[in-house]
Each structure stands twice: as structure tokens, then as C-alpha cells.
Design a protein around this ligand. Structure first.
Ligand code: CA
Length: 237
């Protein structure tokens, strides 16, 4: 379940957006101003941020700058909400590093579609050629989630179910540092409370095996010292 932080000071809009996104299956947290948005982000990095530009105190632009300046959140997807009068500034919003923007007034449904599209793009998701399930792709590495098949340069990579879930977690949040704790909860479906030290060593062991199986693409699973791992495929132009 993807987590979305909605930053909006107008309670009515925040409630509408939260309602729609929750209905679409997202776990939603809301923040009423820039400072509490940063607090929420420091507690727990979501999968995407819906960010109003006009906020009391710290503005949406300031929050976006802070996100892009933070190594752990550099690539965190952000959808900006802009008022009509700010429309001419929308280019600067995208230049500042927003992934998309929606102009007010908007329908919650429209916003939800944008959120979905931005998340798919951020995950490197493409349409499966067979028309079946979702496919994640990074360079020559493809992960067909429906068929549970992983290929590298067209060749089959045989993964255990745990390795598959581990790689999926990493690829779905490509470019972001994920803690061992996060990976245990996601790939091992472990309850957050029972994660202990021996368990985190389990992650390291599985990552080592996964890297070996991925051959040259194994390097894309980077170690984030004292924290966890990050999937970082080489940039392509
Ligand atoms: Ca506002």
C-alpha cells in the first residue's frame, strides 16, 4: 500500500483529497503547514507528496526545496497544487523539481490519476507486453510482477520468493534509501514491532545473494551505510 503525504492548509480540500486517495487504496497522512510537513517527512518518508504551494509560514516551494536538498528524499515524487493565479509560475514549480502539478480548482479524481501516473513513472513501471500484470524496468533489468519473472538482458534470473519481494521493494522505490527495517516489513511481511538485530542481518544475507544472482546489475543495489540499501540503476539518456 503506497503512502501519500498531503500538505494543504485548506481543511476542506485536504479532506477531499484524503478521502479520494484513501478510497483508491493509498494510506494517507495530512499536514496543515510546511513545518509539520517536514516533521512528518522526517518521521517517515512516504511514497509521494501532494504539496500545496501556498501555505502559511514555510511555503510549499520551501518544502520542495528542502525535500530535494535531502539525500534520502532527493527523488521522492512530488505533485504540486497550484492556484490559478500561480499558473504562470508553474514552470518554475516543475523546474524546482516537482514531478507534476494540478491547478486549482481540480477534481479529486483528476488528482488521484496524476498521483497514480507519477508513482508508476517513479517506479519505472511500463505496460506489460503480454497485457498482463505490471512490469518494472530499469536498464536491461525487467521485473514482470504478474508472471513473477525477472530477466536481465533477456536472460532469465531465478529468484526465491523472498529475493523477488526484496528486489520488488527496492525497484519500486528506485533511487531512495530503504532501511533494513523497511525491507523486513515489506519483503518478509514482518510486524514492525518484532524486528530485531538478528533479523536485520537476514536482510544483508539476502541482499548478498540477490546481488550475486543479478550479476552486473547487482551493483545497482547500493549499500547505504548504517541504514540499509538503495536501488540505483545507471542514468540513461
Ligand atoms: Ca493553500
Amino acid at each position: 500500500m503506497a503512502r501519500v503525504l498531503v500538505v494543504e492548509d485548506e481543511a476542506e480540500i485536504a479532506a477531499l483529497v484524503a478521502y479520494q486517495l484513501t478510497r483508491d487504496g493509498y494510506r494517507v497522512e495530512t499536514a496543515r503547514n510546511g513545518n509539520s510537513a517536514l516533521d512528518a517527512l522526517n518521521r517517515n518518508v512516504p511514497d509521494l507528496v501532494v504539496l500545496d504551494r501556498m501555505l502559511p509560514g514555510l511555503s510549499g516551494d520551501d518544502v520542495l526545496k528542502a525535500i530535494r536538498a535531502d539525500a534520502a528524499m532527493r527523488t521522492l515524487p512530488v505533485v504540486l497544487l497550484t492556484a490559478k493565479r500561480e499558473q504562470e509560475e508553474r514552470i518554475s514549480g516543475l523546474e524546482m523539481g516537482a514531478d507534476d502539478y494540478v491547478t486549482k480548482p481540480f477534481s479529486p479524481r483528476e488528482l488521484a490519476l496524476r498521483v497514480d501516473a507519477v508513482l508508476r513513472r517513479a517506479r519505472g513501471e511500463i505496460q506489460s507486453p503480454s497485457g498482463g500484470g505490471r512490469v518494472l524496468q530499469a536498464g536491461s533489468l525487467r521485473m514482470d510482477l504478474g508472471a513473477m519473472r525477472v530477466t536481465l538482458q533477456g536472460g532469465n534470473v531465478s529468484l526465491t520468493p523472498t529475493e523477488f519481494r526484496l528486489l520488488r521493494s527496492l525497484m519500486e522505490r528506485s533511487g531512495r534509501a530503504l532501511s533494513r527495517h523497511h525491507l523486513l516489513v515489506e519483503a518478509w511481511a514482518m510486524e514492525s514491532g518484532v524486528v530485531s538485530r538478528p533479523h536485520t542481518r537476514t536482510v544483508d544475507m539476502h541482499v548478498r545473494r540477490l546481488r550475486r544472482k543479478l550479476g552486473p546489475a547487482g551493483r545497482w543495489v547500493e549499500t547505504v551505510r548504517g541504514f540499509g540499501y538503495r536501488f540505483q540503476p545507471p542514468k540513461q539518456d
